[in-house]
Design a binder for this molecule. Structure first.
Ligand SMILES: [Zn+2]
Length: 80
């Protein structure tokens, strides 16, 4: 049986079976964005994308997939 058929919830790429919902690259992006938002809660999504080098599209998906907490989401509603 093919066990390696999970898709990353963020980028849609195939990923190995892990306890996480997204691949390691997207996990890292998510961590970067999260850390940045915690330190800079009033930045716009564009500024966040610039500073973290994570695309707006990815940030949007992180929010849509519920990777961000409600507190963080409040500042992200301009992306939606
Ligand atoms: Zn991914």
């Amino acid at each position: 049986m093919e066990r390696n058929n999970r898709l990353c919830r963020i980028c849609g790429e195939k990923m190995p079976s892990t306890p996480f919902m997204s691949c390691s690259a997207c996990l890292q992006d998510g961590e970067k964005v999260r850390a940045y938002i915690v330190k800079h809660p009033f930045k716009t999504p564009e500024e966040i994308a610039d500073a973290t080098e994570v695309s707006i599209e990815t940030i949007k998906k992180l929010v849509e997939r519920g990777t961000m907490t409600r507190f963080q989401l409040k500042n992200m509603d301009r992306v939606m």
